[in-house]
Design a protein around this ligand. Structure first.
Ligand code: ADP
Ligand code: MG
Length: 227
């Protein structure tokens, strides 16, 4: 996984370029979405199916753009004291509906009185969203996702996200974080690349364990102090 973190270095320039283009695409996209929604009410039933395809594909373009935008160096990135437990709680609240739809139960186990860490809260939230979403998508039969946070030592806070999903072979595990690597019909293959980049920028460490048919565990170490 350290290797994976290095890979994301070379992507910085690509990322900045992509972000420029992504910004340009966003505005016409907003117009498109708005007008298509207006059209929906006038549509004849037989066109309903086309309408669904159009809106699904538009959302797909949107999520690709969102992920690309995170790749670019944020203009004024603000590392502030952040309550990691609160960030995880908010993430879980955000994903609870989606989890329930997939018969997945999200469980948070947080050590009490954890020290605050220096972090960009929104970026960290994006990381946890990406990883937990993947976990939900890896559990077609449902199950539990355990999110654990505790103090590892004087330096690091440890966050683990453990699923009971389909797991990954070593080949797949090795490709995590590669741009556009996806095994999903409607995947972007960008979520983990973006996540690894954010963790790296926080001077953090990621470790992934997985067993086919058993599940996957993402272990993230974040330093309490940057520097
Ligand atoms: P996407 O979700 O769009 O496919 P990601 O970068 O988020 O892109 O993930 C890349 C790939 O890694 C996924 O397509 C999947 O094959 C694999 N993966 C990620 N997380 C898990 C997980 N928890 N369990 C099984 N496979 C996973
Ligand atoms: Mg994903």
């Amino acid at each position: 996984i350290q290797e994976k973190l290095k890979k994301s270095d070379t992507l910085n320039i690509v990322g900045e370029l992509a972000a420029g283009i992504a910004h340009e695409i966003r505005n016409p996209m907003t117009a498109l979405k708005g007008f298509i929604q207006l059209l929906e009410s006038d549509l004849e039933d037989e066109y309903g199916m086309y309408f669904n395809v159009i809106t699904t594909e538009l959302s797909r373009i949107e999520s690709i753009i969102t992920e690309f935008l995170i790749l670019a160096k944020p203009q004024a990135i603000q590392y502030k004291k952040a309550n990691i437990t609160k960030i995880l709680q908010e993430t879980i609240e955000l994903l609870n509906a989606q989890a329930t739809m997939h018969n997945v139960l999200l469980k948070l186990k947080a050590e009490v009185d954890l020290p605050e860490i220096y972090a960009e809260g929104n970026q960290l939230k994006q990381v946890f969203i990406n990883i937990i979403k993947n976990a939900i998508e890896a559990m077609p039969k449902g199950g539990h996702i355990y999110v654990k946070v505790n103090q590892k030592d004087q330096k690091y806070i440890s966050i683990s996200i453990i699923d009971e999903g389909i797991g990954m072979s070593d080949e797949k595990l090795n490709r995590l974080g590669e741009p556009f690597y996806t095994t999903k019909d409607r995947g972007t293959g960008l979520g983990l690349m973006v996540s690894f980049k954010i963790i790296k920028e926080h001077n953090g460490i990621v470790n992934v364990e997985s067993e086919v048919g058993k599940g996957t565990a993402f272990h993230i170490l974040l330093p309490q102090h940057l520097s």
